[in-house]
Structure formats: C-alpha cells, structure tokens
Design a protein around this ligand. Structure first.
Ligand code: CO
Length: 136
C-alpha cells in the first residue's frame, strides 16, 4: 500500500548554496544532512511546516554519482518523488506484477533511515518514483 508522498527530491549543483536558499524559503534549518556513500550523494532534508512531506536536496560528491550524471543531461530541478510504503518487498512485487521495471532488484539503504527502490521512469510516464520504507 502506498501511504503518501514522503519527500520530493531536488537535484542541485551546489548543495551548500541551495541549502542556504531553501533555509530562507522554508524559514527553517534542515533537520538532517547525510552523506550516502553508496550513491555518492550528499542529501539535505527539510520539513515544511506541519506537513509530513519533506524536501530532499541532493548534490553529488563525485563525478560517478547518479546525480552528477543526471545534471550532465538535465537542468537542476525536481529529480524524484518518493512514496511511503509499509512493506517495500511487497510493493516491489506488486509493481513488478504490473509490468513496471525496478531499478534495483533488492531494496537499497537510502538516506534518512529508509529502504528505497526506484521505478524505471520509462514505465511511469517519465517520472522517477522512489518507494521507501522507514527502517525500524
Ligand atoms: Co529520495
């Protein structure tokens, strides 16, 4: 079951600058900054008011990072939408049975204490969707 939008991921070329800008826009500091070595990215998470939906700024830490590659072909902007799920394995199987390709066969450890899996954007009308489950 999909439980809502967990966060929206924004790819940025200068994470420090972007963080400062969004601190002003949201009128608050990020609640978390995290290096995700497996993905070669650094992430910054903001809460927005009382909303449960967060904003994730994503910058690359080296040229082999998927975000670095993304920014070679795209402008900065919305990179993915992350959906909260209760049981990621079950959702992966359900989506596979619908013919939606997954970018990884097993859930990966993502930022912010989550298991994550990306869906192939060609199977979701060009939108990169992440499903994520809180690690308890
Ligand atoms: Co994300």
């Amino acid at each position: 079951m999909i439980n809502g939008i967990e966060h929206i991921g924004i790819a940025v070329s200068d994470l420090e600058k972007a963080t400062k800008k969004f601190e002003k826009i949201f009128e608050q500091k990020p609640y978390k900054e995290e290096l995700v070595n497996t993905q070669n990215v650094r992430t910054v998470f903001f809460n927005i008011g009382d909303s449960n939906t967060k904003i994730e700024l994503i910058g690359s830490t080296n040229p082999v990072s998927p975000i670095a590659k993304y920014l070679q072909n795209n402008k900065e902007g919305i990179h993915h939408i992350a959906l909260n799920v209760a049981d990621i394995h079950k959702e992966m199987n359900r989506l596979k049975s619908l013919g939606i390709r997954l970018l990884n066969e097993l859930p990966n450890k993502g930022a912010d204490n989550k298991l994550i899996c990306f869906l192939h954007p060609k199977d979701t009308n060009g939108v990169l969707i992440e499903i994520c489950q809180e690690i308890i």
